[in-house]
Design a protein around this ligand. Structure first.
Ligand code: ZN
Length: 376
């Protein structure tokens, strides 16, 4: 690779190749590319302007890869949100406090937007004098992506901004559902916030260790530590919750298709559309956990989420495309909107990808046209 000879850098008035360090070549190449220069133009520039005749067609790719590996290529959406679809969802569901439809189907873009929203809330609470803020984490991969986006966003705040934020306590409200995928265990999300660059922001963590599924009512009132965690969980100021579609084989309930097909079929027969924070929801509202021999273990139930919304706490549903097959989440989000009409206010805020939003707005238009309920 024709890289600049940084270690033997010599002074010189002309910007000739032998005067450039590797870092400087990297900077030249990336600057040209992000300003719209074609890669052939980059090569021509390096040859003609800097005099490096050996700069090959493949070299810009190598520099770009190196820049990406080092996290130097930050991307932000130029047209971040789809306000038309947002407006349609708001009209369909006026009780929602915020609706954000991110103009992307890349899960990290949705996570970035959710992280920004959380920081705004934390700043508002800090400015209002609130000393501590408890953030509940109820989900797997999507919530992991939000934490992975939130930690560097917090680290990037100025020191006085960090000091103005309330102390953050992150509390796991669900347990990891896939022992082969430790990254999806809520306790592992905490590691993102261990970064010393977040200092002086104060943060604390509450993990939960329990079986992923347990018999309904099992240990109720007996397991003191678990009951204590449940009581604490109800005091979360903000709950971040993900949703999954029953028919998606990669969602929490969708995986039952292969691991417990009887239960999956039972849910389907009962008109289950998917889960909110691991718990099943149908068009009639939250479903009874008696459909399971062992029910998904969460520290709070959907009735708790509903009560928390009534108490003006924030329950944010984050819907990004499936991490495995990129399927949208319109069916379950539409169901959650429909059950709000029936009095089950399970969430207060929504952040979703544009594919989910577009599919939902189509369903919504159908609903408005027919005057009835759609999606059945
Ligand atoms: Zn999937």
């Amino acid at each position: 690779m024709a890289i600049g000879n940084g270690s033997r850098m010599r002074s010189g008035k002309k910007p000739l190749w032998e005067n450039l360090t590797d870092e400087e070549v990297l900077s030249i190449v990336v600057n040209l590319v992000v300003r719209g220069t074609k890669l052939s133009g980059v090569v021509a520039h390096m040859r003609d302007y800097y005099g490096e005749r050996n700069f090959k067609q493949s070299h810009p790719y190598l520099y770009l890869r190196r820049a990406a590996e080092r996290g130097m290529l930050a991307f932000s959406l130029a047209n971040g949100r789809d306000h038309v679809i947002e407006q349609k969802i708001r009209e369909s569901c006026p009780g929602l406090k915020t609706v954000e439809v991110v103009n992307s189907v890349v899960p990290t873009d949705i996570a970035d937007r959710a992280a920004r929203r959380i920081i705004e809330w934390a700043q508002q609470r800090g400015d209002a004098g609130q000393a501590a803020l408890r953030v509940g984490l109820m989900g797997g991969g999507t919530i992991m992506a939000v934490c992975r986006a939130l930690a560097p966003a917090l680290a990037g705040l100025a020191e006085d901004e960090k000091q103005r934020l309330p102390a953050l306590t992150f509390q796991a409200l669900a347990v990891g559902d896939n022992v082969r995928e430790p990254l999806e265990d809520p306790a592992s999300f905490f590691t993102y916030f261990a970064d010393p660059w977040l200092n002086p922001l104060r943060r604390d963590y509450i993990a939960v260790h329990a079986p992923v599924f347990r018999a309904p009512g099992q240990h109720d009132g007996e397991d003191r530590e678990f009951e204590q965690l449940r009581a604490e969980a109800r005091s979360c100021d903000i709950v971040l919750v993900s949703a999954g579609v029953l028919d998606d084989r990669h969602s929490f309930l969708g995986r039952l298709q292969s691991t417990a097909p009887d239960i999956w079929q039972r849910l389907r027969d009962a008109n289950c559309k998917g889960d909110l924070g691991r718990l099943p929801v149908s068009l009639d509202g939250p479903m009874s956990l008696s459909l399971f021999e062992k029910a998904p273990c969460t520290l709070i139930g959907l009735d708790d989420l509903s009560a928390m919304v009534q108490e003006n706490r924030r329950v944010m549903v984050i819907a990004a495309p499936c991490g495995d097959c990129r399927a949208h989440k319109a069916e379950i989000i539409q169901t959650l909107l429909e059950v709000r009409d029936k009095g089950f206010t399970l969430f207060s805020d929504l952040v979703c990808d544009s594919h989910t939003g577009r599919r939902m707005s189509l369903l919504t238009r159908g609903r408005l046209r027919s005057g009835g309920t759609i999606g059945r």
